[in-house]
Design a protein around this ligand. Sequence first.
Ligand code: ADP
Ligand code: MG
Length: 703
Amino acid sequence: MSDKMNVAKIFGENVFNDKVMQERLPKKVYKELRKTIDEGKELNPMVADVVAEAMKNWAVEKGATHFTHIFQPLTGVTAEKHDAFITAPREDGTVLMEFSGKELIKGEPDASSFPSGGLRATFEARGYTAWDCTSPAYVREDAGGAILCIPTAFCSYTGEALDQKTPLLRSMEAINEQSLRLLRLFGNTTSKKVTPSVGPEQEYFLVDKQKYLQREDLIFTGRTLFGAMPPKGQELDDHYFGTIRQRIASYMKDVNEELWKLGISAKTQHNEVAPAQHELAPIYAEANIAVDHNQLVMKTLKKVACQHGLQCLLHEKPFAGVNGSGKHNNWSITTDDGINLLDPGKTPHENIQFLLVLTCILKAVDEHADLLREAAADPGNDHRLGANEAPPAIISVFLGEQLEDVLEQLISTGTATHSKAGGVLHTGVKRLPDFAKDATDRNRTSPFAFTGNKFEFRMVGSRDSIAGPNVVLNTIVADAFAQACDVLEKADDFDLAVHDLIKKYATEHQRIVFNGNGYSDEWVAEAERRGLPNIKSMVEAIPCLKSEKAINLFGKYGVFSKAELESRVEIKYENYAKAINIEAKTMIDMASKQIIPAVVGYTKTLADTILSVKEAGASADVQVELLQEVSELLAETKAALKKLTEVTEKAAEAGDMEAEANYFHATVIPAMDELRTPVDKLEVLVDKKVWPMPAYSELLFEV
Ligand code: ADP
Ligand code: MG
């Protein structure tokens, strides 16, 4: 790779983007395709043929040999099957490179083994991938050569969604429609389309690959299942925003280059709070593209890490005792002519449209806090949420001083008459410029924070797809808009009606607003007084998806049918049960094959030492004491291992998937904790040279 990067030149060079389409497609075809992309007009098959041909030629020029329909089944990762462009050999033995419109539009992966949650029995195993022309195709280069990747949705034979993208696109249509309704009421006749924009900030850890390979837990589960805290953790706050080490800097440079080529605008990078933890944020994009890009970001972080002798850990909690990783989902809604509905302007109290949008969002978040919480649930995030380093498991909204004050005025007097200004920040140093402050400070402890012209949903797990949270956000806000429009469209006096509605929503949903410290115990108690749900784990979060409320909501906007929701519930329980089962089995394996043998070996060394010390006529009291201590912990370990083995084996008897997931949560996880405790104590006592795996100190500080 070149030392001097020409970013403007490489940016998007592997993307079949608008510029390439304009260059390579006949004008008429280009215009038709744009209509499908921009206005959702149905695609003409003739257009698809022409686009496919152009796409293939472009990709082949870039060295592509295969194409793939890339999709996002409910496994948490993307899936793909590669098809070569070659046709059957002709009579003279040569082949052609072909790619038809039909192949572009539709694929049929042999997909019976993707999770369907009972939506599809194996005997009716057809599943289709459908081209999503709103997310550009691209050429991916890796060890397997260059491949044309076509983003697709994935549905069953009967049209039920088996993926992340289908409901996301449906929810985007819902919010588009309801936002336009709302805008029209305010006299906007020009905006044609409203799109949610998303900017996900991705956190991750980097560890040395060789050390990673010596840890079964990291390999099989993505997190350490054992490990004593090193003498130094993150208490000095010296890693956050610290100077990026050369090895990491060189890694980040390569990551950026790969992402830029794929048209992903990786923008900021820095060291995060925990040692070995980092963050990457792209510039925000349309929700659908942002979701696809985030998958590519995660893949690229992993791929480039391998090239640098590193391993990228995307798990939410790779190390106990230091901060875990999340993904801040920045979300706003914007019209095609550039109006951000979440922009309060300088004087929000006068911005009636904004106040309606804002109070609708408060209503949405308050009424569907359970769905938002569920959208951020995954097995790894159970270790983070509510653990004083990540947002609490309780959903609340941070508005900041300015908006909270406007809301107070609305509630107490019925009208807001003024907005607090930010004022000027004086540093007290003449040579430093004084600058205008934002009207609002930040609050890092809030799960759902207003940050200037967007909301930041901070609960999402680092490994999770951001599709789920955005499906929920789009749908609940679309529904709040719809309800407001139902009232306002019938009103005789619009101004009066909108005024009353804002006051009503603000009053009814004020309980969801919290500007204080979300990590404090007082907040937990206060939230309970306010009647806000505090959903502590994934298994407790899942059931809300099959509630009457959720079925009605998602059904109304065609985002999920009842059957689709039920299938997702099933899949989530299954994913949870499988994840914990793998963790438990990995612990059992490590404890019985690595840790116990190492400790037994160490007790022998101690016993031998005691003998020879005694033979030499000296006192071996200290060695005896150590041997006793180690032996006691060894016995504790052995007992805990036995118990964990027993309870894990019994999981299959728990009953249906829901019962099994709950069993893992309530019975297996505590048994895992019981095994970890004596092992972590042993790690501190036993000779480092015989400990069978790299310690936290090596993983976190020797990158
Ligand atoms: P911070 O949270 O540290 O202030 P930034 O301002 O850099 O971070 O923004 C974080 C993420 O939010 C970035 O991905 C950025 O592109 C995205 N973002 C900024 N404005 C918007 C917006 N209006 N809608 C959605 N995302 C946005
Ligand atoms: Mg942020």
